[in-house]
Design a protein around this ligand. Structure first.
Ligand code: PRX
Length: 665
């Protein structure tokens, strides 16, 4: 538990009650909390019936008899894609824009609900023709183009399971994910646009499949479907590779959505944990879609007829699953999708997009906000942002300073800001203010949404008495909860349910430290395990260490997450080299080679900000690396208590090296 951060936490006295105007028209009402408190399961059942179309209505809300393996709405049947598409067209909203897509080079496309439905139907027929059916796994490795959403929905429509892999992950990461899920088909693109250039994707798929073949693993992938986007040259494996546009052109535009059980798997999404091996988080259909739709509607106050919503996340992350694809489309909302980086070709690109499409709801990450703060308010001030009326934040704690800047500069000093806490595992938002209802408190994620029960537990496993800090747990099952780790039920139980559950009650441990204040508001204090957050992206220090030690010149490595003004945390590595292996190389050449190693093994997102070559690592007498001390060094603090170190001189040597390299005397 990060005791020091609990103790030094700021008290926030700036409070922002909802304006009467906002409250008068907000979707959410205080009655939601009352209904959920009176009958939690009844509340979720009503919500599921109200927000979704059930081909076969459910009669059972929750089966928790085999806890922690849950079944929600378990005898009901639905089609997730039908809920996101066809029913809006059938209701007469086919002409409503579903996606305003903006390519990085300035090209754009608009897809109405009718057009998106037709594309998904064609894609579903094309996938069927390629042998994809219920339960088959399809890997998706695409840039942020409409085809990413179309591919996800086409897979969902067939009752198959998608595993989206973020385009920034390396061939090796992709290959292990394809292998773990035994994917039958991969959907990729030639390339996508980023920072003014085409970044190739197809070569990574070729390399990933090549690695699998070389490892002797049985090949499960029979087809690679390639979307044309980057127009870059790609190699072609006849008999395996097909162009997306050719297959869709051949496909029938009609397709009837069949009903699947509410617990039919919808997707697997890999996320870093405390070991070197990412976990395939499994989500299913009915409960997931219920909570994604409910939270999207109420947390962002979405009025589908008038709002233009923009979530800046990539579909490679869970935020892109729940708040780009499933939540907004289930609610029939109009949204913006943007392919590229915020500063290409100019630093005002995002604000220009908001002005162009009159975006009214913006959902983004603290990292982005902090990097805009750094550049200065002149950039957003040059654009008309008056359409914005709700702002959201996700992925890491938003510091009060960034919160206030977000509200003042982007939100004209008046928009509500919702700081939403959730995880890949929770599937949907769990803790957040509701705009129009909650009095906002900068820096705090505040309160669980209606129907969700969380607690902050002390060392003894009992809820702490506010104001106090402890471990954040979820004390009742929730509809969008993960249903397991793909192929590893034991790891599911051990990772999330072992620490605080009692024989009477299964309790989910989120892995975050939290503080609950006098008002009952929750403040997130960061991870208490070896997971770190860089620009809101989840990385495992152990996984980065494994990548480093797999380089022949490395004997040992320790990686820590150090505070970073812009990215929240940054990767800092301490590396011991094998004697004689890096001879003749300058330190710079060595660290460049090691950074490259991490990029190749995991992806550029895991590339260390700094790598220090050291002679020794601080260890306890039992040989455990003391990361706390390394973090002190990496964050430029006085080194903490070293009395348990086997050799305390190690630390002063490391610290000297660090200060010399970073020029911080
Ligand atoms: O540490 C918490 C942090 O992100 C973790 C979950 O990461 P991931 O599965 O990648 O999902 C990110 C997007 C939902 C959490 O355990 N986190 C997420 N949102 C917040 C947050 N920390 C503080 N405040 C938040 N609003």
């Amino acid at each position: 538990m990060p005791e020091n951060s609990i103790d030094s936490l700021l008290r926030e006295s700036r409070l922002f009650p909802p304006s009467n105007d906002f409250a008068a028209t907000s979707v959410a009402s205080p009655e939601l909390y009352e209904r959920a408190a009176a009958d939690r399961l009844g509340f979720w059942a009503e919500t599921a019936r109200e927000l979704l179309h059930w081909h076969k209505p459910f009669t059972e809300t929750l089966d928790w008899s085999n806890a922690p393996f849950a079944r929600w709405f378990g005898d009901g049947e639905l089609n997730v894609a039908y809920n996101c598409l066809d029913r809006h067209v059938e209701a007469g909203n086919g002409d409503r824009v579903a996606i305003h897509w903006e390519g990085e080079p300035g090209d754009s496309r608009t897809l109405t609900y009718a057009e998106l439905t037709t594309e998904v139907k064609r894609a579903a027929n094309a996938l069927t023709a390629l042998g994809i059916g219920q339960g088959d796994r399809v890997a998706i490795y695409l840039p942020l183009i409409p085809e990413a959403v179309i591919a996800m929905l086409a897979v969902a429509r067939l009752g198959a399971v998608h595993s989206v892999v973020f385009g920034g992950f390396s061939a090796e990461s992709l290959s292990s994910r394809i292998h773990d899920a035994s994917a039958k088909l991969v959907i990729t693109a030639d390339g996508g646009w980023r920072r003014g250039k085409v970044f190739p994707l197809k070569p990574a798929v070729d390399a990933a499949l090549g690695m699998l073949a070389a490892s002797g693993a049985e090949s499960t992938v029979s087809t690679v479907l390639v979307v044309k986007r980057g127009e870059n040259d790609v190699e072609w494996t006849e008999g395996r590779d097909l162009w997306w546009h050719d297959e869709l052109a051949k496909a029938d535009p009609e397709h009837e959505a069949k009903a699947f059980n509410a617990e039919n798997p919808l997707f697997i999404l890999y996320t870093s944990g405390t070991t070197g091996k990412p976990k395939g988080i499994l989500h299913t259909s009915g409960g997931y879609l219920t909570q994604a739709a409910f939270t999207h509607q109420n947390v962002f106050d979405v009025h589908p007829e008038t709002d233009v919503y923009w979530c800046t996340a990539d579909v490679g992350w869970v935020t892109g699953h729940s708040y780009v694809t499933y939540g907004p489309l289930a609610n029939g909302a109009t949204q913006v999708l943007y392919e590229g980086t915020p500063d290409t070709p100019h630093p005002g690109r995002w604000w220009e997009i908001i002005q162009k499409y009159k975006v009214s709801i913006l959902y983004t990450a603290p990292t982005a906000i902090r990097s805009f703060m750094k550049v200065g308010r002149e950039v957003p001030d040059a654009f008309d942002l008056s359409s914005l009326r709700v702002l959201g934040s996700v992925g890491e704690p938003i510091n009060p300073e960034a919160w206030i800047w977000y509200r003042d500069v982007i939100g004209a000093g008046s928009t509500p800001i919702v700081d939403t806490w959730w995880q890949t595992e929770t599937g949907a938002i769990m803790i957040s203010a509701l705009p129009g209802i909650t009095t906002l408190k900068p820096g705090s994620a505040q309160v669980p949404i209606p129907g969700v029960k969380v607690d902050v537990l002390g060392e003894d496993g009992a809820p702490v008495t506010p104001p106090s800090g402890g471990a954040l747990v979820i004390s009742e099952p929730w509809p969008a909860m993960l249903r397991g780790i793909w192929g590893d039920p034991d790891r599911y139980v051990a990772t999330y349910w072992a620490k605080y559950s009692t024989p009477q009650k299964s309790i989910y441990f989120a892995g975050d430290g939290a503080r609950i204040d006098e008002d009952g508001d929750i403040w997130l204090l960061g991870r208490v395990d070896d997971v770190i957050k860089v620009s809101g992206h989840r990385l495992s220090t152990t996984e980065i260490e494994s990548a480093l030690v797999s380089h022949p010149i490395v004997a040992e490595a320790a990686v820590v997450g150090a505070d970073d003004k812009t990215t929240g945390q940054a990767v800092v590595a301490f590396v011991i080299l094998r004697a004689g292996k890096a001879e003749g190389q300058s330190t710079e050449e060595t660290t460049t080679a090691l950074a490259k190693q991490v990029t190749e093994k995991i992806g550029a997102i895991a590339r260390p900000r700094q790598i220090f070559i050291v002679a020794e690592l601080p260890k306890t007498r039992s040989g455990k690396i003391m990361r706390r001390l390394l973090r002190d060094v990496a964050e430029g603090r006085e080194i903490g208590d070293t009395t348990t170190l086997a050799d305390s001189s190690v630390m002063s040597l490391i610290s000297e090296k660090f200060h010399a390299a970073s020029g911080t005397e």
